[in-house]
Design a protein around this ligand. Structure first.
Ligand SMILES: [Zn+2]
Length: 98
């Protein structure tokens, strides 16, 4: 499979609805403040926040942070490339040809 350009990867990240992604993968709904229970540490009060404009998450409890790619890598134990492919398929995105 062809190498993915940074531009193509950036498009995948940009077009991913991060809140929807976290809802799907963690089977959670955000609380009134838009926070989720962090999947990377044990907590009773949600402190996992998504910044939609920048498509970044940060956990105010354990400090985990990153892009949708980082989230998928950590949550599903995938490599960077596997996470990009996962997100691209989710968007029904065409893969670049060689
Ligand atoms: Zn956390």
């Amino acid at each position: 499979m062809a190498r993915f350009s940074q531009k193509w990867i950036n498009g995948i990240v940009r077009d991913t609805d991060f809140v929807q992604l976290v809802k799907e993968l963690t089977d959670q709904q955000p609380d009134k403040k838009g926070l989720f229970l962090c999947p990377f540490h044990t907590e009773r009060t949600p402190s996992f926040k998504i910044y939609k404009e920048r498509n970044l998450f940060i956990c105010l409890g354990c400090g985990a942070s990153g892009s949708p790619i980082n989230f998928v890598m950590e949550y599903l134990f995938m490599s960077f490339r596997e996470a990009v492919i996962f997100l691209a398929r989710r968007l029904n995105r065409r893969f670049p040809k060689k």
